[in-house]
Design a protein around this ligand. Structure first.
Ligand code: HMG
Length: 388
């Protein structure tokens, strides 16, 4: 049975800040951000948006392709959950008017949560071949103003419709996994900003990649030449490149150049949005598919998922013949091109105006709102969502 991604949906806040301007404010060289880290712009999330509104918005892109009689599962992978108990999937379920017969839940393991959700959905379709599942990977990456992680913030969601005989990508049952309890990045329960051992986290990312890559190639008797492209979890666009460079010398210069060209296509959206944690790998895959016209039907892509804490997983996907007609590339470019730029001062104000970690009532700022779903505030410790 062929199981995989039948449709993609993308959403990101309507606001962004230019990272060259942030660099100047922080006393850094702009080239450090745009070349050294590889990020140009960063999504800025107004208080009226969170992973629920972003996730629901991403599903709207393929809402008409969902067969409500077949939909059986909705899983949200996120590390920006809005409640320690209730799944964000349930808020999204109501906002999208999904049937009550759908199982709804949320999965957490740092940036790996999107892949965890995807693998769960794949297994669900193996057990229930006639069903459909929705996977949403949604996150708001926050480290804090003037921290070393600030340049690697971002926000957005990728939604995927999973079914048998998919129209875009077949997901193979070939994962190679590396799990290990390490303290490279974490977020204590009392804060919405992550803590990271930055350099250590980048070293562990590469170490985990090298381990799963070596085991994958040995297990399945393949080399780099078997893949049309490699897509990576992208905390920032240079990160995947550092990992890719460790294995490039194993192939010809011509193949190296092709893989590097396609790598640049895969990071195009990341450079403009930033880290979207659970959604980053899938944003990278979508960026590659939307922006590379040299890929062919039946090409195979290797995907490396990394979630701090940490787990690394390598698996592969194959392009389904005719996949290109099921993409919404122009719509995705329009989402990015039509965003509104904010100044560094505005970004800082918006960044600090968030739902507080307190029992007080709170009203979000509607001035910057854009999109079909809104968080209007918190009343009596309950979040208030509306469809616009
Ligand atoms: P930093 O200390 O600010 O930066 O931290 P740096 O001094 O290491 O410089 C970065 C690069 O810019 C270096 O290049 C410099 O040489 C270069 P590299 O040696 O890395 O190739 N550079 C310049 N280049 C051109 N012109 C210049 C210039 N100046 C310097 N003028 C760091 C950077 C990424 C560590 C920091 O931003 C951070 O801590 N970020 C958060 C953690 C992170 O993203 N880790 C990634 C791996 S862990 C992961 O992926 C999981 C995660 O997504 C979370 C999850 O799983 O949930 C984070």
């Amino acid at each position: 049975m062929h199981i995989g991604i039948d449709r993609f949906g993308l959403s990101t806040p309507h606001l962004y800040v230019d990272l060259r301007e942030v660099a100047v404010q922080r006393g850094d060289e702009p080239d450090k951000y745009t070349i050294g880290i590889g990020q140009d712009q960063q999504a800025v999330t107004p208080s009226s948006q969170d992973i629920v509104t972003l996730g629901a918005q991403a599903v709207l892109e393929f809402r008409e392709d969902i067969d409500m009689d077949r939909l059986g599962l909705l899983v949200v992978g996120t590390e920006s959950g809005v409640d320690s108990s209730k799944a964000s999937a349930l808020y999204i379920h109501r906002l999208l008017h999904l049937p009550s017969s759908v199982r709804c839940m949320e999965i957490k393991e740092a940036c790996y949560g999107g892949t965890g959700a995807l693998m769960m959905a794949r297994d669900y379709i193996v057990a229930h071949p006639d069903k459909q599942a929705i996977v949403i990977a949604a996150d708001i990456a926050r480290y804090g103003l003037a921290t070393s992680g600030e340049v690697t913030q971002g926000a957005g969601a990728i939604a995927m419709l999973i079914s048998k005989d998919p129209h875009i990508l077949e997901i193979h049952d070939d994962s190679i996994v590396h799990s290990e309890d390490i303290q490279d990045f974490w977020r204590p329960l009392y804060t919405d900003c992550a803590l990271a051992r930055g350099k250590y986290s980048t070293e562990k990312y590469i170490e985990f990649f090298n381990d799963v890559w070596e085991r994958y190639t040995q297990n399945y008797y393949v080399t780099l030449d078997n893949f049309a492209a490699l897509c990576f979890h992208l905390p920032f666009s240079k990160m995947g490149l550092k990992a890719l460079r460790t294995i490039l010398p194993t192939t010809s210069e011509e193949t190296q150049q092709c893989l590097l060209d396609r790598y640049q296509k895969s990071v195009y959206y990341c450079r403009r949005i930033g880290n979207v944690y659970t959604a980053s790998l899938y944003l990278g895959i979508l960026s590659l598919l939307d922006n590379d016209s040299t890929l062919q039907d039946n090409d195979t892509i290797a995907a490396f998922s990394y979630g701090s804490g940490a787990i690394g997983e390598l698996f592969t996907l194959t392009l389904v013949p005719g996949y290109a007609q099921y993409l919404h590339s122009e719509q995705h470019h329009a989402i990015l091109d039509n965003r509104q730029q904010v100044s560094v001062e505005e970004y800082e104000q918006i960044f600090t105006d968030m739902v507080p970690y307190a029992a007080d009532d709170y009203e979000t700022n509607k001035d910057y709102h854009h999109g079909s779903f809104i968080l209007t505030g918190v009343i009596g410790q309950e979040r208030q969502y509306q469809r616009m």
